[in-house]
Ligand binder design. Sequence first.
Ligand code: TRP
Ligand code: ZN
Length: 878
Amino acid sequence: MVDVRSAASAPKQEIRLEDYEAPAFTIESINLIFRLHDDYAEVEARSLFRMKKGAGSELRLDGGPYMDLLALEIDGSPVPDDQFVKSAEVLQLRSVPEKFELGVVTRLRPRENTRLEGLYFSGGNFCTQCEAEGFRHITYFPDRPDVLTRYHVRIEADTKSCPVLLSNGNPGQKGDLGDGRHFAEWNDPHPKPSYLFALVAGNLACQNDSYTTASGRQVDLNIYVSEQDLDKCDYAMQSLKRSMAWDEEVFGLEYDLDVYNIVAVSDFNMGAMENKGLNIFNTKYVLASPETATDADFDHVEGVIGHEYFHNWTGNRVTCRDWFQLSLKEGLTVFRDQEFSSDMTSRAVKRLDDVRVLRMLQFPEDAGPLAHPVRPEKYIEINNFYTTTVYNKGAEVIRMMHSIIGPEAFRKGMDLYFERHDGQAATCEDFAAAMEDASGADLKQFRLWYSQAGTPKVTARRSHEGRDLIITLEQSCAPSPGQGVKLPYHMPIRLGLVGPNGGEVTADLEGDGKWEDGSCIVNLRETHQSFRFKNVPEGTVPSILRGFSAPVVLDHDLSDDELAFLAVQDSDPFVRWESTQDLYSRYLVKQVSEDGEGHPPELLLQVFTGHLADKATDPALVAELLTLPGEIALGQKMESLAPERIHTARETLAKAFADASSENIIDLYQSLKAAQGYSHEQGAKANRRLRNVLLNYIALMPDGEETTQRRYAEADNMTDCMAALSLISHSNFDCRDKVLQEFYDKWRQNDLVIDKWFAVQAQSKRSDTVSKVRELTQHEAFTFKNPNRLRSLISTFSMLNQVRFHEKNGEGYRFLAEMIVRVDELNPQTAARLVAPLGRWGRVDEPRKGFMKDALMSVLKVSNLSDDVRELVEKSLA
Ligand code: TRP
Ligand code: ZN
């Protein structure tokens, strides 16, 4: 055997979509035996390989540098040393037969694995994370999504410390091995790629339930958590059953195994993982009780449970050919979980939440140095491409197809997609083709959404000819890395006409589009395209981009009065909200650029008080209508970021609203007091949302401290508690330090609640925040090993606290750079996810620009930097 260790330190090569080659071997089945011990694990893998016609006799297997190869056999005989070459990442076998059984035995050290990929330890239990390329750290294997095979797994472990032994598929035999050890076997009848493999072994408590599918299959449902969390699984279980029913009803898709297992672990790089029949979840997206979780947390549990469940069809039954196609499963599955949550909660409010996330996270990514298409063309480290572009913009791309071809054709397209590709590894192109064939629509130009990066800008201008209203739309898209010139997109723009008395106007359209439920969906395909609406009453106001029908930045020519009109009158909740936000933003942006002071115009106050008095609208939506645009959203509307001025202008307007409407605000606040204690019904959630928005204004009034403190003390649920605590954390109230300390003492045993405690301090707008955050990294409860804890302090600070992260002395940037380096030593994937905020230097002036680049450079100087971090830091400097 030739050991080429030096290769370990060579930086990874770029992988390109255009170089894709189908695998040379198929694998009929794999038999895995895991022998788990306290301080090591031995893995025996026996796979039946078959050479494809015309393929060479060289077999290339992926591997990793953290495992030992103990044995390598072909058909039961050791492979001679001169017949294979092993480097840190590849194992090459020469002249293998056409059909053979490959035996590989490896030894792993799960306790030392802080990278949290492959086999690792969390909370005293063994667990795995194989997406995207973790399986290669368990055994040598073609670790790519287009190699599918049947898995048989046997786990052997200590009976006492590992009573629970789980893997994918249906349970098989189990029994005692003597010597205090036992075993369990699992068979997964569905061929799958290695990234969907999973194993869990440990001491876990279980909540059990069952579900009967539409065709009568009884499915055993289990949620495994640590003993003390068993009382927080109800909502996840209910959400799972609702997901199963929803997918049957909406897409005609049923579950296909006898068991569905979910395990919650506290050390996890992402939200959750859709491993076939054995989902592994971050505890954050399983555990929820009213005392410990906010309403938003409950919604996230439901959304992520749904997301992973929906992957069973969109991801597992039909998987990805290669990782460039990641959005095939992720964009589609996010779209599906968004639709599920819309049906379970409020469609209007869910859409606002999704658009807000898209703008706050994806738009900046698309406008910065890390911009990439929904289907990227090259990468160095695939883990860096689990991005908001692939997930959230990917979901918008699916949503646009849904709008263009309509819901019925979309459902037909889904059916056709499964008919054609069930059991296969497919591409984004396959999906688009199914939608095209099912609908008859031509989506050729539409496919540019997959290949072009950047957020398009759409300008809408009006003109009148007699009684005809002509809306002219113009589109453009700025250059992005590697893409200088963009071709025009095909985008569905949903618009409506609101008549002078507030009613919907339906006018004949000359141009490419059709009316549907009071709105007109026009197809914008040209750079410059006009749509003529015939015979429109005078005083009609166009309502453009209803439901945010395309992920674009819209520039329109509506006056302040017209915005105020739409804010109240439009039947489309998104445009009501957007018009309100536009109105507030216009004023605030002007205040910032002119460093203005003084009173806001009467029109703004009128709109605000109008929303305050609105009894006909869902209180959750009213809450959004009363919320000022966030500092990050305001920053995006400016050429160059002025963080302090944005912060001050926004605070000043909030104070002006609080002063002008104090009585109405307090009255409404009082009237929303829950009649009979806590409830999780939609209505009660909506009331809490509105009441807590009002509390923001009340905190600015003369009795603000007292009211906020009372709210904190009287809260009987985490939603209200956090609403008050977050205000206290921002404030100079006398009670501040005492309240924070009390909260810590009360919850020190609950990791997820302590994460909130870190986050609320990281979000504080107080001027001492950078140094406080730095201090908190020394706190007894802080650890660099747990991704949730890192994110709650470091990502919250750097991604959500614009004014303090962009502190003029550069302290925020230097802090983040230090953290990236510290985390990279333990967990490169999570370290890389911290980099993006430092890449936004194009948006700021000196001296900030220089400080940001210096911070990036300081990371690059570190020796032994991971490929994950290096790729993103280098791109961020380009
Ligand atoms: N497929 C998972 C999801 O979106 C994502 C995921 C979980 C993941 N763990 C990961 C991606 C680790 C990369 C690395 O549902
Ligand atoms: Zn997913």
